[in-house]
Design a protein around this ligand. Structure first.
Ligand SMILES: Cc1ncc(COP(=O)(O)O)c(C=O)c1O
Length: 370
């Protein structure tokens, strides 16, 4: 068997080493200047009013839900075709996620279905930019305004994406980013939330720091808080990664475009939705869709044999064991999301993936589908 190609890998170099060492040698490992510098640099890069760094994307989502004041009895309309954290964060606050189906081409929330799902109990829409492709944010924003709902954007996979000429995270509603090592920018573990006002920023920072209030008293807790702080080493890593974000995004787009050339002519393989005037994807993963009649397991076995494994991606949230057990959800509820889940396959994808490895993956896929 030939060398295995990883599914994802961070792009790290000397700048990252220097920055982390600088933080380490400063002796200040938490609550220091790196987090603030990272927040300011990220806000400037995204064009957001304020950015609050947190310990993960999930932590950011939880706090965004909390800031929106959601709780028991409140419904939040969201997508079943996502990573589980985008719906779990609603459960953390005792509110109820209401799934609606996705649009089969983009795999993002279908705004018409969202509008139809709004009831008197609906308090928020939680949109996900799945695989880095911006959701229909203006349409969702107008539904939210019409019904006085909060709009929260899970942009965990979409740092660098652009919607109608504006960077995701700069549109006014809170957007949450994640920095796990498979992301376009990594801090190891980490996340960030964009916020429009200083008050919202201060509250979110306080909630992420055990509810401490700015009284100078370390052991004074004004809110029920959490420890969702990003540490200094992670923030330093993030600063170094941010310096090369533009280059990272360009390289990832080039890797995606090489895949499109290699795979576009294979019968039974549908490529990810292309960019258009309104949506510029930030390449997080490369997910193809196999024709319904193709045996995905057989394709994956073939890819694994040839050293370029693929992964079924993503399973639907409502079909996860925990969700089935707790809510009695089952197959047939969201046909577009479920069909996508059955047919989608993530291929090895990362910033420095070489053309030769991509050719191996392409050849293996072509042979598997013959
Ligand atoms: C859509 C989406 N939401 C939320 C998260 C959670 O982010 P984290 O792993 O940083 O908690 C992820 C991470 O993969 C994600 O892809």
């Amino acid at each position: 068997m030939s060398r295995e190609i990883p599914l994802s890998a961070p792009w790290l170099g000397e700048r990252e080493e220097e920055a982390v060492l600088e933080a380490l040698r400063s002796g200040r490992l938490s609550l220091g200047p790196m987090v603030e510098r990272f927040e300011l640099a990220l806000a400037e890069r995204i064009g957001a009013t304020r950015v609050a760094a947190v310990s993960s994307g999930t932590a950011g989502l939880h706090l965004a839900v909390r800031l929106a004041g959601l709780g028991p009895g409140d419904e939040v309309v969201t997508t079943p075709y996502s990573f589980v954290a985008s719906a779990n964060c609603v459960l953390y606050e005792g509110a109820t996620p209401v799934f609606v189906d996705v649009e089969p081409r983009t795999l993002n929330l279908d705004p018409t279905a969202v509008a139809e799902a709004v009831t008197e109990r609906t308090k928020a829409i939680l949109a996900v930019d799945i695989f880095g492709y911006p959701a229909e944010l203006d349409e969702l924003d107008s539904i939210a305004r019409r019904h006085r709902l909060a709009l929260i954007e899970d942009a965990c996979e979409a740092l660098g994406a652009v919607y109608r000429g504006r960077p995701v995270g700069s549109l006014g509603h809170p957007a949450v980013f994640a920095f796990y090592p498979n992301k376009q920018l990594t801090t190891g573990e980490g996340g960030a939330v964009t916020l429009e006002s200083d008050d919202a920023w201060e509250l979110l920072k306080s909630l992420s720091n055990q509810g401490r209030v700015d009284s100078g008293e370390w052991l004074t807790h004004g809110h029920l808080g959490f420890n969702y702080r990003l540490d200094e080493l992670s923030a330093a890593l993030g600063l170094a990664q941010l310096e090369r974000l533009d280059e990272t995004l360009e390289l990832r787009a080039a890797v995606a475009s090489r895949y499109a050339d290699l795979l576009g002519t294979i019968d039974g393989v549908e490529l990810p939705a292309p960019d258009d005037d309104e949506h510029v994807r930030s390449w997080f993963v490369y997910v193809v869709r196999l024709a319904e009649e193709v045996d995905r397991d057989a394709v994956m076995a073939r890819l694994a044999d040839e050293g370029g494994p693929g992964k079924p991606y993503l399973p639907c949230i409502h079909l996860q064991p925990y969700w089935r057990d707790r809510f009695g959800t089952s197959e047939g509820m969201y046909p577009a999301a479920e069909a996508a889940s059955r047919q989608t396959l993530a291929l090895p994808f990362y910033t420095q993936l070489g053309a030769d490895d991509q050719e191996r993956v392409g050849e293996a896929l072509r042979r598997a589908l013959r």
